[in-house]
Design a protein around this ligand. Structure first.
Ligand code: URA
Length: 241
């Protein structure tokens, strides 16, 4: 059974302002419930069943949103930055009202999958090191990747600060002086992929995240584009917990 909630709480949760702001909105007669103007802010309604409109525009009630973004280079994955564009600058207002946050970080020069959500519990689970969520990257490096490197990544690599990484899976796509590979890691140390290759005297020239757990980047998304996750993708992502 879906619980009835106070109208002001629902609107405030959806990002229409503080309780005080939405109270004004309601008192001004701008909110209709099932086609009747509602001026009582404490009236209890079922946000999934009752029709809510604001200034005549129908409101789709959702508590959580989940977006996948194909982050381009030059954009930072934090929510605020004094100089650079942030991932939130790429998101439309209709989603920003839900206050999504990036679940995890990518370097400014890394491309690929960023999950943005206001589901704090899921973010926390995805980021918690104890859950060992695999993140797969496509990587191009200056250096000759050989079969023997597969074992090195599997055994763990000692980084510049002495930390030994957990086993990682390297799949070589092309081994040459300039090599291409996929790498799956289950932790998220600072600049981890770049530092792992650095420890082997290789420089990462291009890095793109392809997946987080069961969630794969949609190849149809151009750099800078995003879309909502499907129900199926949300289910897959939560499956592990
Ligand atoms: N590892 C890195 O070095 N950079 C990223 O952006 C992600 C993982």
């Amino acid at each position: 059974m879906i619980k009835k909630e106070r109208l002001d709480k629902i609107l405030s949760n959806m990002g229409y302002g503080s309780r005080k702001d939405v109270k004004k909105l309601i008192k001004a007669g701008r909110v209709m419930i099932n086609n009747n103007i509602e001026t009582k802010n404490n009236v209890k309604i079922n946000p999934y069943e009752d029709l809510i409109t604001i200034d005549g525009v129908k409101l789709e009630y959702r508590e959580y949103i989940y977006l996948m973004l194909n982050k381009p280079q030059g954009v930072v994955s934090s929510t605020e930055d004094p100089v650079s564009r942030t991932v939130l600058d790429l998101i439309d207002e209709e989603y920003l009202i839900f206050k999504p946050h990036p679940a995890g970080r990518l370097d400014k020069d890394t491309e690929g999958l960023i999950l943005l959500t206001n589901d704090g519990k899921l973010s926390h689970k995805l980021l918690s090191p104890k859950n060992r969520i695999g993140k797969t990257y496509y990587v191009e490096v200056e250096g000759f990747l050989k079969e023997s490197h597969i074992d090195k990544f599997k055994e763990g690599i000692i980084l510049d600060d002495g930390y030994k990484t957990l086993p990682a899976k390297l799949e070589i796509i092309e081994g040459d002086f300039y090599s291409k590979a996929k790498l799956t890691i289950t932790e998220g140390k600072y600049h981890q992929v770049k530092r792992m290759f650095k420890a082997l005297n290789m420089e990462v020239l291009y890095l793109k995240r392809l997946s987080i757990g069961n969630l794969k980047l949609d190849e149809n998304l151009e750099l800078g584009e995003y879309r909502e996750l499907t129900e199926e993708e949300i289910k897959l992502l939560k499956e592990k917990f």
